[in-house]
Design a protein around this ligand. Structure first.
Ligand code: ADP
Ligand code: ASP
Ligand code: MG
Length: 404
């Protein structure tokens, strides 16, 4: 087995000169044992600052220039971290996405990693130098800079770990592991020692931003062991296990939630073959991810078709639906931008009934109205009013005794 470990440090972990110096010490210590490849995010707040700057030149800046701009934060932290390492006697070199040929698709701000050339990284390791790589970005075949979506440095790290056949990818962040739910919303949330890849796919897919969904997908596809741990305190963190069984957890392992969602309802659409495809096909062509989808029983040949998308896709999705209206007749388009999704996740759901009713009871006792429900083998997702999210997550956390 290789002795390469990829370490990724998130924004808060490299959020100041002091933090960068602290991270350099973590790297120095770990480099005595393993061959390290490091991936960094921008200093905390920097990506938001750059996005705001871009928005001062109109609401729809050029996508190419937008990515060129918002990718710069990682360049700063990579170079600074290399300098901090030099200061404590560790040889290190920063690399941008183009220097290591991190090739992506050309869908700006949502680009997907195609491949990465491991040669430069390998040569650097062979020379006894720690490579520090900018997270969150790649280049297209024509050499333009792309970004991978918010939280994308996680994906950079796991993709590099897969390419280098690393023995592990360590995601260092500002919490000491993966919790039963976001500990900032439920302080009683419990840290998990491990979580299965399958559960983490659902947790991240449903909004647990502790690790980006694409990173978990890469880890699952290439069987990369991933650990989430704190850069602020020592500890073993949480291991995302490749095995399917999870002895530690009960029926529900965790609760994820996603705000900034939007619900589209096409009211009175004709219930004919090809209708769903007529709506969802063009959305998919526009690179918009659609999540919870519900079609009602039809009355007099007409039905309601409802689905959710992320709020950042609202403008494009609305355009697409209005274009669709030319070929697909419907009475009204209703848009609700005050919704959120809350999801219960656990492999235990496979073998146990009654989880949904426990959840619905807990929500009804808090007066939370459920607008949509969608289930899979190991997940129940409900769509509710955004104002109810914190209450709903707390109620469900208690109902399933996750703090115990
Ligand atoms: P980084 O900048 O290190 O990438 P992020 O802010 O992207 O950090 O992710 C860490 C945050 O994820 C935590 O501070 C926490 O608020 C949030 N989070 C959401 N769900 C969970 C969860 N289930 N377990 C731990 N943290 C979670
Ligand atoms: N800096 C980027 C962001 O804030 C990428 C990351 O932190 O992973 O989303
Ligand atoms: Mg993150």
């Amino acid at each position: 087995m290789s002795n390469i470990v990829v370490q990724k440090f998130g924004g808060t972990s490299v959020g100041s000169e002091e933090r960068i110096a602290a991270v350099a010490k973590i790297i120095k210590k770990a480099s005595e044992k393993d061959s390290l490849v490091v991936v960094v995010s921008a200093m905390s707040g920097e990506t938001n600052r750059l996005i705001n700057l871009a928005n001062s030149f109109g609401e729809n800046p050029s996508k190419r220039e937008f990515d060129a701009l918002i990718s710069t934060g990682e360049k700063v932290s990579a170079a600074l971290l290399a300098m901090a390492l030099h200061q404590i006697g560790v040889e290190a070199k920063s690399y941008t996405a183009s220097q290591i040929s991190m090739r992506t698709t050309d869908s700006y701000s949502k680009a997907k990693i195609l491949d990465v050339d491991g040669k430069k990284i390998e040569e650097t390791l062979d020379a006894g130098i720690v490579p520090i790589i900018t997270g969150f970005q790649g280049i297209t075949d024509s050499g333009d800079v792309t970004t991978l979506g918010r939280g994308g440095s996680d994906t950079t790290a796991v993709a590099i770990a897969a390419q280098m056949k690393a023995k592990r990818c360590d995601i260092f962040t500002d919490v000491d592991g993966i919790y039963t739910t976001d500990p900032r919303i439920v302080p009683e949330a419990k840290k998990l020692d491990s979580i299965t890849m399958e559960e983490m796919l659902e947790m991240s897919g449903q909004g647990a931003k502790v690790i980006q969904i694409r990173a978990v997908e890469f880890a699952n596809k290439y069987k990369v062991p991933v650990r989430v741990l704190s850069s602020f305190e020592s500890g073993n963190g949480t291991l995302i296990t490749l095995e399917d069984n999870n002895m530690e957890n009960g029926l529900v392992s965790g609760i994820a939630f996603q705000k900034n969602q939007i619900k589209f309802t096409l009211h009175g659409v004709s219930d004919t073959p090809g209708m769903a495809y007529g709506i969802l096909g063009p959305l998919s062509d526009a690179n918009i991810e659609v999540d919870v989808i519900v079609q009602n029983v039809s009355v007099n040949g007409k039905t309601d078709f409802t689905f959710t998308v992320s709020k950042e896709d609202e403008a494009i999705a609305t355009d697409v639906i209005n274009t669709v209206k030319e070929s697909l007749e419907f009475d009204d388009l209703l848009i609700d931008s005050n919704i959120a999704k809350v999801s219960l996740v656990g492999v235990g759901m496979r073998t146990h009934a009654g989880i949904a009713s426990t959840a619905f009871k807990a929500l009804s006792e808090k007066g939370v109205n459920i607008q949509m429900i969608s289930t899979s083998e190991i997940k129940i997702t409900i769509v509710i009013n955004e104002n109810n999210v914190d209450n709903a997550v707390k109620a469900l956390h208690t109902a399933f005794k996750l703090e115990e």
